[in-house]
Ligand binder design. Structure first.
Ligand code: F6R
Length: 323
């Protein structure tokens, strides 16, 4: 019996191609008028694009916030650009946030493959259907970025995109790394860390382990973990946990030093694996950091004889909520 019944491997391998296609999906979609802030409203796999956008555009003078809730903050008004992002278009929190954005008179663009959100919204970027939301990150991130480029809020940097696509296309590296790491993880619970700047990457690792591999996983950031979580290692052991440090060559020098010292300290209790992001541009470093997790979580699912694609518990819970 094959375990990967829906061929998640192919979806992961096609990710660079997905990103390339996604780059064209915002064609002609713009917003005008004054924009003081940008909000991405979404849940789970559909919210990750917002987290990445916030990191990617951290140099922008306009703040970018991801909201995973029914209600948007009170700073949202007619000068806010809200992206309501739901792959299925039927996630109740995102629909409620969309309606709240309407009440608050924000400029709204929906990004969805269909569902209720597509019916309700007047400005929609329709993305291809048929994937698990978490496997559609390219479709969920690049159209949003595309709107910001089309509207003159940020500039497109083709060298960045070329480098990213080139790096992600060297899939053997990611694949081999993922297979090796999955073996090392085995039955242990992964604890994933990155700098605050790459916190969303560490969080994506956690959620990919949760949803693809169906295991518990946790993430935290440096240097905050040095002020609390590190103490918990005192009672941990090598059979139960494994720490994964996501490192970036551009991490702040003090963060690098903290990671080195932390590694020394926690290695006395658990095995520690380190992963370096690839590339010179931030876009490549963010997406390569994430792409490792796609493969590692995929191979951990196979290792545990679990089909990586379905997430029945999420779907059943959503069904119970509408009964
Ligand atoms: C499933 C997944 C979930 C969903 C979440 C919200 O693959 O990633 O985290 O993304 O339940 O659903 P959508 O994305 O359809 O709004």
């Amino acid at each position: 019996m094959p375990i990967d019944n829906s061929n998640m491997l192919k979806v992961i391998e096609d990710f660079p191609h997905q990103c390339n296609t996604a780059l064209g999906l915002a064609k002609g979609m713009t917003v005008s008028g004054k924009i003081n802030n940008i909000v991405v409203a979404g849940m789970g796999g559909s919210a990750v694009g917002g987290d990445l956008l916030r990191l990617y555009l951290s140099n922008l003078k306009i703040p970018v916030t991801t909201i995973r809730d029914y209600i948007l903050p009170n700073f949202v008004n007619e000068n806010t650009l809200v992206f309501a992002v739901s792959y299925s278009g039927n996630t109740e929190e995102t629909i409620a946030a969309y309606e709240d954005a309407l009440r608050k008179k924000a400029k709204i663009i929906a990004v969805t493959s269909g569902g209720l959100l597509r019916e309700k919204a007047s400005k929609v970027i329709k993305i291809p259907s048929g994937l698990q939301p978490r496997a559609a990150l390219g479709y969920l991130f690049f159209p949003v970025l595309g709107v910001l480029v089309n509207s003159g809020i940020t500039k497109e940097n083709t060298s960045e995109i070329t480098e990213m696509l080139d790096i992600l296309s060297q899939k053997e590296d990611f694949k081999q790394f993922g297979e090796k790491l999955a073996k090392k993880i085995g039955q242990k619970t992964p604890l994933i860390y990155a700098s605050e700047q790459f916190g969303a990457v560490a969080y994506r690792w956690k959620t990919q382990f949760n949803e693809n591999s169906k295991v518990a996983a946790f993430s935290h950031v440096f240097s905050e973990m040095n002020h609390n979580e590190i103490v918990g290692y005192q009672s941990m052991n090598r059979d139960k946990f494994i720490a994964i440090l996501i490192r970036d060559n551009a991490d702040n020098e003090r963060i690098k030093k903290r990671m080195d010292i932390t590694k020394e300290i926690i290695s006395q209790k658990v095995d520690v694996e380190e992963i370096y992001t690839k590339g010179t541009y931030l876009l490549s470093r963010l997406f390569s950091g994430i792409y490792y997790a796609d493969y590692a979580s995929y191979y951990l699912a196979l290792h545990n004889k679990i089909d990586p694609t379905p997430v029945h518990v999420i779907e059943n819970l959503k069904k119970r909520l509408i009964q």
